[in-house]
Design a protein around this ligand. Sequence first.
Ligand code: BGC
Length: 798
Amino acid sequence: MKFNSLRSLRLLVLLPWLLAGQGWFLGAAQNRPVPNEQLASKDLNARVEALLEKMTLEEKIGQLVQYSAGYATGPNASNLKYDELVARGQVSSFLNVVGAEATNHYQHIAMEKSRLHIPLLFGQDVIHGHRTTFPVPLALAASWDPSAAEFVAHYGAVEARADGLAWVFSPMVDIARDPRWGRIIESSGEDPYLGSAMARAWVKGYQQDDLSRPDSVAVSVKHFAAYGAAVAGRDYNATDMSELTLRQVYLKPYHAAVDAGAATLMSSFNSINGIPATANPFTLTQILRREWGFDGFVVSDWGAVSELINHSIGDGPTVALKALEAGVDMDMEGNLYGTVIAGQVRSGKIPESVVDEAVRRVLRVKFALGLFEHPYTAEGPAYDATPDRRAAARRVADETLVLLKNDPVEGVGALLPLTAKAKKVALIGPLADNQRELLGAWAVTGDPKYVVTLRTALQERLGDRLLYAQGCDLLTGEDASIVKRVDFDRPMAADDHSPVPDDARTIAEAVDTSKKADVVILALGEPANWMEGEAASRATLGFTGVQEQLLEAVAATRKPIILVVLAGRPLELTWAAAHVPAIVEAWSPGIEAGHAVADVLFGDVNPSGKLPSSFPRSVGQEPLYYAQLPTGRPAAHLDLSHFPQNPQEKFVSRYMDEENSALFPFGWGLSYTRFSYAQPTISRAEVPAQEVIASAGKPVVKVGVDVRNTGSVAGTEVVQFYIRNTAASVEQPVRELKGFARVTLAPGEQKHVEFPLGFDELNFYNVDLKRTVEPTIYKIWVGGSSLAKAETSLRVVE
Ligand code: BGC
């Protein structure tokens, strides 16, 4: 525990404000954890204090202001005289200014013309790589390989830093349990354990535990908090949940990211239980700073401070004050802090010490990043997707594909992997040869021209044995015109006269092409750049446009079909799952899309991905996730709602017109080999609750399992470890992931995998919102998905 004298001094300065209703702060503060030693360092804080002393109120407030001086990634971008503002010290940071030339332009003004020469901090959305585009974050979560996320983050950091950016608006660690929400693509899916593991890895990859390195960038963990739980999956909508669920599920990955040393966080657009997240002292101060010890700064999301007016909690000056007091240190593109806070301070509505504290937080990060010593960026060579970059993108993408289904076809056997079996292959679908959409949503600095499409990659392997037909567009008729109108990237004029697609003709052509082939590969999904990511919620989850008709028409030829799904959210694949023998979920794979898909289709890579999100049978099941709470009226066998329901049962928790279970459950993913699990063993069958509590995170028990590759090719299995607390004072989910391991096995090989169990895995929040462990029996399962059957148990006694 480090507690330096400067901090004590600050507390004294803040005392009058704290005592005005916040007196309990002191005790908690003295026991704060220190997640980022650099930001807490004495020397660094001494530099901050020395600078702060020299600053005027206007200059201080300037450090709390960020503008977008490049392209817009949100509505109503301001268009101010940035050169003048920077020269006056009234801008702290820019977003969407990228490249050595553009960043140096403003940096020279800040360093040479502003009175105190405080460097600007340039930030941008680096979501799945910067120039080199990797698979989208949801796909990365499907690798269940945190080292892959760490690698992608570090790759992005190196490229971002070379472009003058020392700050990335990543990772997004929002738990996403509803695929109607388009931003599920930026998430690690539905589970807090997997999400926390990925969150730590992203932070580590970007920051490398040392912000001062020239190839490190500061993260902005977003969107704090619970943004992913927007009611009805509609982006920006309110979030309403118990504090228990907030802490037990939604806050976990943010906390993991803070513990990993995250330098900044971004406040979210939504409200949480009636209080907007951007003016929420409970999450931003009580939890983030007092409980978690966060020492970095919080930036608002784009315009979120001024949008507090729409949340109806006050006029401009009032909401700016509420946001700042709650703990939002920097106003992103809201243009409010810079215009109204000085007046609020001068009229005594807010003590200057609150401004000072926010300024300290921002300056700490600037110092830690070494910006004062190295403010400029050297002009580098123009970007190119060189072979080594391609190799990196391909290696990562190879790990992210999930084999959902590979049933044998009569007379042919399993369609995958494709070998010499297929003389002629028909590739059909609007995503087979679409560079822009394969790149994925939120590839801000990625360039579609580098994408190797499926058509190109299959052509390389098959030459003239490959036939191709697009089949249809991603959108059609009415939906195309609606979506085109809202495309912020390329707005479509109201009098757009682009030809209405002739779906009947193009589908007929695709059917003809299919008939000439031995096997058909269908590449279907949804338009990533129109219907995924921010402000891209959907009320339906099927393939867009007439793709489903295309699928059904091609299926009617009775040719064997391999369906490759390309989408950044779980789609409703119900008809396909019933009629198509082989399905691969390929997400949005980035620049090496085609090669990665071909690697898996041809068996050069044995698929090892597992779903980070449940795939629904029907959109009406959403939000659908495996870690449900129990009900008093479970449907038969509904311990874990993945088993068929008994159609006779009426008064149970079920749908009359649909199964409860997922079509493809969380953790699901097949391989070209098979894995078997032995009976798990446990090092102790019984353990006292007090011993678990006192173990302070150290394991008290180990669960072991032998996993064997029983097939004929090498493969990697993601071994998953689930528990259920069967008798707690507060309801606990029917299953919870508490461990996983990627294990590579040669044919016939067996490995012993061990999972530790201690307070970290067994605790839960009780009714007093205290993390605890009570006497109970934990059921324990190990296996290759959330349906894992190999079972043991642990008894926790008084
Ligand atoms: C998004 C953030 C993003 C920011 C800056 C907002 O609209 O919600 O995720 O980082 O814009 O581009």
